[in-house]
Ligand binder design. Structure first.
Ligand SMILES: [Fe+2]
Length: 480
């Protein structure tokens, strides 16, 4: 087991201090504990010490409690691909097959590279792009498509990227007086680089950065004859003692009266319950302490909504499913508690409803975007979502707060341009249009939590964004 822990750390480029090794071996599942501890660290240390583990330990143990619970749960319920007018286009449920070996990681990053390369290679700016080894032999302008391994700033204020394609790797220099110096290039994103090879042929100086992005033309919702509307309510957090009972009642009453026949589809993008063991001391903040009872309560709440409303439920980081993304859907043990008409999906998931492509993602990676990209904050989740669309990837940075499972296919790549892109997670509410994509942040049904109060964060609860599937117009309802 000790060797397995050392190997897992070596993959991340981390050495293990002997005291820390001894501590890890006292754990019931040393490898699982190490992996979880790493996901709680903002930055990976070069040498993992006992102090690092002591800080990470309470959170890691809380995570493990949930993981143990998940082990007791049967595997995810089979995914229904076609429910009335809703089609599931892409979802990991039923296709998950990874063990976290080195080969899995290589295959996973390779798939990401290939998918995003396919988008970039069509770009006019990258016509005639070369592999890295060939580019290094050229004396004229070169174009390459590469994955970023590392980004650092030199003491003179220049930036050096270490990049890699399927044939080689090289450093890329961004000079400090270049317009590109303030571009936030994140580890593990795939970019196009236009530049010049140095005389020695050992690096490329970047002159232009090309991102896959959303094409400027030919996208956006062309009006259709659909008269249906889809609504989104994220982060319901049933079971929490800050769940907003009165506002939920307002929502139910609206659906029974004025809202009757208004909405045809309702999507819940994750954190549908508060869960258990998600953060240290959570039990103090729960009204319902049993996770199964939390789902039971949600099932009862959803039964109060109109019978002909088509409901889609997705997991988030508080739900009792595998924490690593992409997350397969809920187990049968949980889905059986609900009305059989409800569609349970994984996270993320691409749906098609009445001809509109909807990408729904809980949004855990917003934590990582906020801590990596300058100018972003928890108050501006829509801006973080724009960063995802620009890079055509929801969670590129490996090894931060978002645990990523190295599936054989990278489900976090945004391969097809969605009409609607929705997340939750940060408990904000809002929408904007980015190059024709309706970008939506779908609120919460939880009041400010003690943790949010400590960080002076003000949620925008009890809002419900509604999109008209025919015209693409969006309205935000307020149930406060
Ligand atoms: Fe969340």
């Amino acid at each position: 087991m000790r060797d397995e822990v050392l190997e897992a750390l070596a993959i991340e480029g981390i050495l293990l201090d002997p005291d820390a090794a001894q501590y890890i071996m006292t754990k019931e599942d040393p490898l699982g504990f190490t992996r979880t501890a790493l996901t709680t660290m903002v930055q990976h240390p070069l040498i993992l010490t006992l102090d690092d583990l002591r800080i990470a330990s309470p959170v890691a143990e809380a995570h493990q409690a949930v993981e143990n619970l998940i082990d007791q749960l049967p595997s995810p319920a089979p995914l229904r691909k076609d429910v009335g007018d809703i089609k599931v286009l892409k979802d990991v449920t039923g296709n998950s097959c990874c063990e976290g070996s080195i080969n899995d990681f290589a295959r996973y990053f390779n798939d990401r590279y290939k998918k995003i390369r396919t988008m970039l290679v069509r770009r006019r700016e990258l016509v005639g792009c070369l592999s890295i080894p060939r580019a290094l032999r050229m004396t004229r302008d070169v174009r390459i498509i590469a994955m970023v391994n590392d980004v650092r700033t030199t003491k003179n204020g220049h930036k050096i990227l270490e990049v890699e394609d399927d044939e080689g790797r090289c450093p890329v220099l961004i000079l400090r007086d270049s317009d590109l110096i303030n571009e936030c290039i994140v580890p593990d994103e795939v970019i196009g680089i236009v530049g010049k090879t140095s005389r020695k042929g050992d690096l490329v100086v970047m002159n232009e950065l090309v991102r896959p992005d959303i094409p400027l033309r030919g996208v956006g919702m062309v009006p259709s004859d659909s008269s249906s509307k889809v609504a989104f309510i994220s982060d319901v957090h049933v079971g929490s003692n800050t769940f907003l009972y009165r506002q939920w009642e307002n929502l139910v009453n609206w659906f029974k009266t004025d809202g009757k026949d208004e909405i045809q589809y309702l999507v819940l993008p994750g954190d549908v319950v508060d869960g258990i063991g998600i953060f240290p001391g959570q039990e103090e903040e729960l009204d319902i302490e049993d996770v199964f009872q939390q789902y039971k309560a949600l099932a009862e709440m959803l039964k109060e909504l109109p019978d002909d409303l088509k409901i889609v439920v997705q997991p988030g980081n508080h739900d009792a499913v595998r924490p690593a993304e992409p997350q397969p859907t809920f187990s049968k043990q949980l889905t059986e508690m609900f009305d059989s008409s409800i569609l349970f999906i994984g996270n993320p998931c691409e749906l098609e409803i009445e001809g509109r492509r909807i990408l729904t993602y809980h949004g855990r990676s917003i934590d990582d975007w906020v801590s990596t990209v300058q100018g972003l904050s928890y108050e501006t989740p829509l801006e973080a979502m724009k960063e995802m669309l620009k890079r055509r990837h929801m969670a590129p940075i490996y090894g931060m707060k978002t645990p990523l499972a190295p599936e054989k296919e990278d489900y976090m790549v945004i391969e097809d341009v969605p009409d609607i892109f929705v997340t939750g997670h940060v408990h904000g509410a809002g929408f904007l249009d980015y190059r024709g994509v309706k970008v939506i942040c779908a609120s919460t049904w939880q009041a400010q939590t003690p943790f949010q109060r400590m960080h002076n964060f003000h949620p925008e609860p009890a809002r419900m964004p509604i999109v008209h599937l025919g015209s693409g117009t969006i309205e935000m309802m307020d149930f406060n």
